[in-house]
Design a protein around this ligand. Structure first.
Ligand code: HEC
Length: 224
């Protein structure tokens, strides 16, 4: 019995030491342009789905999600804060979306799960974000729950909208106008930030704005 226990402890110790050596050697590629191995991807995907399902289980969805006012308000905020990463009906892919890993889902397309199941899931994800993915916790920026439900109301309608419908909703909205904006602070708060390496300061050349070579990239629908 003791030998078995010692064997297990030795194996665990060896595993932990090997893991530490691998991490310390720097061979783990953190570049966003190198995908995870299929095994790591599946583990992370599973962990994310389990966590969202557990956290969203008790969220009560308001019965006002079909209210056109919610959808209109949601469109203004979505267009200001989300469209670059998540696109909108008939939008071309964006530069930031192509470079992010994981790639943000195109929220103008029908989700895999039924819409009514997606509502609480979306609310939770928008409010809390998803670690190390690029999806922000919008509540940290000051967005209140009602504004988040407005966004969910828009997301539920978006797959059925044409580009013209979407543009009309945005034009009819007050743009970036959710409650909570006035409470925003400019300090670093309690966020844990990745420490930046020390670099030598360089004087920037006179900037010519967004002017790099895009190759085949299409800018048709950009309107910021
Ligand atoms: C900088 C890019 C970025 C911005 C801006 C952004 N998101 Fe995301 N979002 C992501 C990424 C990346 C994911 C996927 C994360 C993952 O799967 O681990 C995601 C996931 C989501 C999901 C989950 C979809 C699902 O069912 O799995 C929702 C909903 C969502 N975002 C809504 C929004 C809304 C609404 C806004 C604007 C208020 C927004 N996002 C702004 C990057 C972004």
């Amino acid at each position: 019995m003791n030998k078995i226990l010692l064997g297990i402890l030795a194996a665990l110790g060896l595993g932990a030491t090997t893991g530490t050596i691998v991490i310390a050697s720097g061979v783990i590629d953190v570049g966003a342009d190198t995908p995870h191995s299929p095994a790591v991807f599946q583990v992370l995907n599973y962990a994310r789905e389990q966590s969202i399902a557990r956290n969203a289980a008790d969220i009560k969805v308001p019965d006002t999600l079909n209210d056109p006012e919610r959808v209109r308000r949601g469109a203004g905020n979505y267009n200001a804060m989300c469209v670059n990463c998540h696109l909108a009906p008939e939008f071309p892919d964006s530069e930031i979306r192509q470079g992010l890993y994981p790639k943000p889902p195109n929220l103008s397309l029908m989700p895999d799960s039924p819409l009514e199941l997606s509502a609480s899931r979306w609310f939770w994800v928008i409010k809390h974000g998803i670690k190390a993915s690029g999806m922000p916790a919008w509540s940290k920026g000051g967005m209140d729950d009602e504004a988040i439900w407005d966004l969910v109301a828009l997301l539920q309608k978006m797959p059925a909208l044409s580009n013209a419908d979407y543009e009309r909703l945005v034009a009819a909205s007050e743009g970036h106008s959710h409650g909570g904006l006035e409470a925003r602070t400019h300090g670093d708060g309690d966020q844990q930030e990745m420490p930046l390496p020390v670099v030598t300061a360089k004087t920037p050349d006179s900037s010519k704005g967004h002017n790099h070579d895009h190759g085949a990239h299409v800018h048709g629908k950009h309107k910021h």
